[in-house]
Ligand binder design. Structure first.
Ligand code: ADP
Ligand code: MG
Length: 697
């Protein structure tokens, strides 16, 4: 491997490359355009496009694409080559400013939730110049936003950029109250930790459920799971290690700051964490990371599973969204231990986050809701479906002292008063972190842990940015008019922390007592996607999104529809896959097994041996009973799949799939899994959990 510093960003048209390749004026003009968020003018775009093309061709690129993030949750690209015919059968390689700025993919097959009638099927993609252009697979990829012709967002990038703008405005406004007129921009930063499974492709290819749905729909628990905890941070197997090395290298070339890699809790489970970056870059990079994981795994004969719950009874995969707020002057606004004069400011930002998470807990829950993640949230491994916050002992003590009006000194022998603004530096203690909290303060950032592994991180960050912007605006409103700023601030903090302290919970989020306690506190426990989604279209949500220009009401309604549709379609595909697996192969295996037992019995009986209390007879009875039961459950599932076809409203469909079809699937699975433990493995048509989970040596 060549030197990391050399390969890093080698496939990215980044600032350094731009400086090198663009005429000075063009470089300056581009920087200015990006800083001011203005559209690129055509002449400038032509100059930039030309430089990009020359650079890309030197690196072997032949095509370009507008790389965008439609509501499918994965990225989309349509490749055009640079070639243009010339007289005499020759070609030249061209790429114009127009092609750089705007693309017009035929977008009629992307989900729009009714926003885009098919007669105006074309959407357009527009370059997001805050995210660098890069080369992937010999194609120049231009990160773009994707909108309908009337300007509605059809993707995950547009609202994210809008929410970052909202938070920028609100935070800069608050900072002015503290005399920070030098701050021109505030950004949110994110470092997403990505979990995934790696299995041998040979196993993967034998499982239609993995192929079609990303998770196993059947599978008896293996004799050895994660009980021994020997996988977590364990030695990385050579094949996995080779994969990780190559993945790092590919990501570095793309400018992704891949940093930490290790084994996770479950067998075959691993994690990759990057160094944090601006939220929209982190989002683009996380999409690239997931994509590269799949590509590189393939090169090593392995398949990367990004599903939230590939294996029942085995730890699922999530994504921890480490989130903070920073100024363009380099200050992390969630850093409590900075200079004392900044501490009341920290408390104000902290209070804004606390109030936001409490008031909009349903929206945060919505932002992580999906059919896949339903298998984790609320189950005994991932954070519970109840949203609460962990602050750690020190910060919680400070919050309490503000609420009680007592000196923090009383608690920690250290002096704290808002007016004088002396808060002891809070140590970034990572040892006693609460791993069960969905939303934890971890020293100088918040870690939102409820995200599913396969989903784009855009959604949760759109919500976080928007709701915190809203609270900051409310605070500015109140404090800007205050005669005595310190007194007004102290009053505000006390009032808001008192009102929202119910969201703070430092205990064990997995304990059953927490469910009861949370209910007493009036916290929402939205167990499934179907329970959670309606909160998205409540007036309160529409108000906050429209006020901050993050979503129009139309966009909210369309996204609600897309999410519901996605939910029931996922379950529908799973149900049909189960049906096919049972009918085609599992039933046949059960019958084969019974046939072989019956043959043995007959053969024995023919010799005159009494078979009345034989093992074969017992087994045959058991297999026969299970098969009958399986058949009945299969029939019920099939009948309910038919019933679903009578429904047309998306919510009704989602609810029916949750309440009825999903329940049928679980019932069917239960008996199939039992059958699997009975039928010999050479007859069973699919590799079992142990074979899959320990397939990578
Ligand atoms: P854990 O103990 O939860 O695995 P790590 O230290 O491995 O934590 O990962 C924490 C993640 O948080 C990393 O991706 C890191 O870059 C990110 N992070 C650190 N500081 C910030 C910040 N100010 N804003 C956003 N993310 C941050
Ligand atoms: Mg973490």
């Amino acid at each position: 491997m060549s030197k990391v510093t050399e390969i890093f960003g080698s496939k990215v048209f980044n600032d350094e490359t731009m400086k090198e390749r663009l005429p000075k004026d063009a470089y300056k003009a581009l920087k200015k355009t990006v800083e001011e968020g203005r559209p690129l003018d055509r002449d400038l775009a032509n100059v930039i496009a030309h430089a990009m093309k020359e650079w890309a061709i030197e690196l072997g690129a032949t095509h370009f694409t507008h790389w965008f993030q439609p509501m499918t949750g994965v990225t989309a690209e349509k490749h055009d080559s640079f070639i243009q015919p010339e007289d005499g059968g020759r070609i030249i390689m061209t790429f114009s400013g127009k092609e750089l700025i705007k693309g017009e993919p035929d977008a009629s097959s992307f989900p729009s939730g009714g926003l885009r009638a098919t007669f105006e099927a074309r959407g357009y993609t527009a370059w997001d110049p805050t995210s660098y252009v890069f080369i992937k697979d010999d194609t120049l990829c231009i990160p773009t936003a994707f909108c309908s012709y009337s300007g509605e967002a059809l993707d995950k990038k547009t609202p994210l950029l809008r929410s970052m703008e909202a938070l920028d405005k609100s935070a800069v406004r608050v900072l002015k109250l503290f005399g920070h007129d030098d701050v021109k921009r505030v950004i949110t930063t994110v470092g997403p930790e990505q979990e995934y499974f790696l299995i041998d492709s040979e196993m993967f290819n034998k499982r239609p459920d993995l192929i079609y749905t990303g998770r196993t729909l059947f599978g008896a628990k293996p004799p050895k799971g994660q009980e021994l905890d020997d996988h977590y941070f364990g030695t990385i197997k050579p094949r996995v290690s080779a994969f990780m090395k190559e993945l790092d290298e590919e990501l570095w070339k793309l400018g992704v700051l891949a940093k930490t890699k290790h084994n996770e809790v479950a067998p075959a489970q691993h994690e990759l964490a990057p160094v944090f970056s601006t939220t929209n870059i982190a989002t683009d990079h996380n999409q690239l990371t997931m994509e590269m994981m799949k590509v590189v795994a393939g090169r090593h004969g392995m398949t990367c599973l990004l599903h939230e719950k590939p294996f029942a009874g085995v730890n699922g995969s999530g994504k921890h969204n480490n989130w903070s707020i920073s100024t363009d002057t380099g200050v992390n606004l969630l850093e409590p231990g900075a200079t004392p004069s900044q501490n009341p400011q920290f408390l104000l930002f902290l209070t804004a986050v606390i109030k936001a998470v409490d008031e909009y807990q349903e929206l945060l829950r919505v932002s992580v809701a999906s059919a896949g993640n339903d298998h984790r949230l609320g189950a005994n491994e991932a954070p519970p479906a109840i949203i609460s916050m962990f602050l750690g002992d020190e910060l919680e003590a400070i919050v309490e002292s503000i609420i009680d009006g007592t000196d923090y000194e009383d608690i920690k022998k250290k002096k704290m008063s808002i007016g004088a603004a002396v808060i002891p530096s809070i140590s970034q203690d990572t040892t006693d972190r609460n791993r069960t909290s969905p939303f934890a303060f971890t020293g100088n950032k918040f870690e939102f842990r409820s995200l599913g592994s396969s989903a784009s991180i855009s959604g949760p960050n759109v919500i976080l940015n928007t709701i915190v912007a809203e609270e900051l605006d409310q605070f500015s409103e109140e404090l800007e008019g205050a005669a005595d700023f310190d007194a007004a601030l102290a009053e505000l903090l006390k009032r808001e922390l008192t009102a929202h302290k119910r969201i703070i919970f430092n205990g064990n989020g997995y304990a059953p007592e927490w469910v009861a306690e949370a209910e007493k506190r009036g916290l929402k426990n939205l167990k499934s996607t179907v329970d959670a989604l309606p909160a998205f279209i409540e007036q309160k949500s529409i108000d906050v999104f429209t006020k901050h220009n993050v979503f129009t009401e139309q966009e909210i309604l369309s996204r609600y529809d897309i999410q519901l549709e996605n939910y029931y379609k996922v379950i529908d595909i799973e149900a049909l896959t189960m049906d096919a697996m049972v009918k085609k192969n599992i039933m046949a295996a059960a019958n084969d097994y019974q046939y072989s037992l019956a043959e043995t019995l007959n053969a024995k009986a023919a010799t005159g041996i009494s078979v009345d209390s034989s093992v074969e007879k017992k087994r045959l009875q058991q297999a026969s009973d299970l098969t009958v039961k399986m058949d009945a459950r299969l029939e019920r599932l099939e009948a309910d799949i038919e019933k679903a076809k009578e429904l047309s409203d998306t919510y009704d469909l989602a609810k029916f799939h949750h309440d009825v079809i999903f329940a049928d699937m679980n019932d069917l699975r239960e008996v199939v899994d039992e059958l699997e433990t009975v039928v010999p493995s050479d007859i069973w048509p699919y590799p079992n959990y142990a074979e899959i989970l320990y397939s990578v040596k």
